[in-house]
Design a protein around this ligand. Structure first.
Ligand SMILES: [Zn+2]
Length: 170
C-alpha cells in the first residue's frame, strides 16, 4: 500500500537535484568548525546510552520518515532555515548533533553547516560542541545493519523496541 511506495521514494536517486550547489573540493576546510563525518558504526557507539548526542533527520517531509534512527528529531531541509531557532532550543541539553539526509551528500552537510553558522552568528546559549554529518546518510545507516525505528510518532519518542530477532519467527 502507501507505505510501500514511500519506501521506494526513500531510495530514489538524487538525479533530479543535479542543479543544486555542488560541494567544492575544498569544502572540508570550510566546514572546519566542528563539522566532521562519522560512520554509522561509530555513531551507534557514540549515541548508545548517551543522551547528549542527537541525530537530526533532514530528509524530505513527504514520506521520507517511515524508517528512521530511534529518537531522531525531524527537521526537513526544505523548512530547515526557518526552524533554526527551534532546533537550537530543542537541543540545548546536547553536546553533539549529527545531521543526515538519505545519502548525506547535499542536504545533510548543508543543514549541518547552516546550523553551525547559526550558532556562531547568534551566539545562542548552547552546549553543542560537535556538529557532525552521518556518512552515507540514512541509507548507509540502514544498509550497514544499524537499528532502524519504524514508528509513526512525530516526533519519535526513541523508545521503539528493537526489531524482533528473526530466529523467533522460525
Ligand atoms: Zn521512531
Amino acid at each position: 500500500m502507501v507505505l510501500h511506495s514511500m519506501c521506494r521514494f526513500l531510495g530514489a536517486p538524487f538525479s533530479r537535484r543535479r542543479g543544486e550547489r555542488r560541494e567544492e573540493p575544498g569544502s572540508g576546510k570550510a566546514m572546519a568548525r566542528g563539522v566532521a563525518y562519522v560512520s554509522p558504526a561509530k555513531l551507534l557507539a557514540m549515541a548508545r546510552g548517551n543522551p547528549r548526542v542527537a541525530i537530526i533527520d533532514v530528509r524530505g517531509g513527504g514520506g521520507g520518515y517511515q524508517a528512521h534512527t530511534a529518537g531522531s528529531p525531524h527537521f526537513p531541509s526544505r523548512s530547515f532555515a526557518a526552524r533554526l531557532p527551534e532546533l537550537a532550543r530543542a537541543t540545548t541539553d546536547k553536546d553533539t548533533l549529527v545531521f543526515h539526509c538519505a545519502l548525506s551528500k547535499v542536504r545533510g552537510p548543508s543543514c549541518a553547516k547552516m546550523f553551525s553558522d547559526y550558532l556562531s552568528e547568534n551566539k545562542e546559549e548552547s552546549g553543542i560542541k560537535n556538529i557532525m554529518v552521518l556518512e552515507r546518510g540514512f541509507n548507509g545507516w540502514e544498509h550497514s545493519g544499524q537499528p532502524v525505528c519504524r514508528c509513526t510518532d512525530a516526533p519519535c519518542k526513541g523508545t521503539c523496541p528493537p526489531e524482533p530477532e528473526p530466529e523467533s519467527e522460525l
